[in-house]
Design a protein around this ligand. Sequence first.
Ligand SMILES: C[S@@+](CC[C@H](N)C(=O)[O-])C[C@H]1O[C@@H](n2cnc3c(N)ncnc32)[C@H](O)[C@@H]1O
Length: 267
Amino acid sequence: MLSQAYSALEKLGRSVVKNSKRLVAPGSEPESSSDTCSFGEKKVLTKEEIDSAWKRVEESSVKTLPNDLILDELELDTARFLVSAIVRRHIEDNHSFLLPPNAISPAGTWSDLSELQDNELVYIQSQTYRLPSRTRIYLFLRNALWFTVPALRFYLEKSDTIRAILARDEGNSFGLYEIDGDSEMFGYAIYCSGSYFNHDCDPNVRKERRGRSMAFYAKRDVPPGEELCINYIDLNDVVKVRREALSKYWYFDCSCRRCARELDAEV
Ligand SMILES: C[S@@+](CC[C@H](N)C(=O)[O-])C[C@H]1O[C@@H](n2cnc3c(N)ncnc32)[C@H](O)[C@@H]1O
């Protein structure tokens, strides 16, 4: 089914990108089709406004893919990731006997994913353009898969499943880097249990990618009860730069002891 869904997407994705004939400046707000939502003025959106934007899009009628529903390459990547997640959920819901016993993928199950921190509000509030982008991806998938892969309609009729996946992907996924060499980044992956590590600027755990898995090792002896933390950012930076990075890309103010110590030393 995954290949069926991917091939439907690939065909549509290619034709949509090919027909788009337009260049947009990186980082500019993408245009939206009539069914998607847009916010002319940049403003901080409330939870209610975000909910009602999704509801409006859900209420639009299912039709064959409209010509003006254009996804850029990054959005198409997101669409592929979403398809693999909903296919996985479909298998867990309906054909769990197909999954090898006790062979939980490193990514975790659907229920593991649902339990992760939901970051939709904070991310959309910080980058408003993401909302029309996400609703476009949802509409694209719903219209592209509705007739070609009817088994997935259940997950696309309402936006909850797509919203839930995107809300957990943000802020919980790990960057995948080349192990040796120049640290080229290959992409992102979610490892549900690994997402419970908080950040510390003097972490007691280090992460190491091993093929498709992520391994975590203690960096020193850890007394029972001490919180296990990894680092989300470069630890060689000075406190101001570290905190700015955590605030800009992770949307939190670091409460670790190293930050407190270094901030104290500055005053
Ligand atoms: C990947 S999650 C870590 C698990 C999360 N604490 C949970 O309960 O699911 C990242 C979130 O944890 C919190 N967090 C992680 N490290 C932190 C730190 N050093 N200071 C403050 N908040 C932190 C922030 O809310 C951040 O968005």
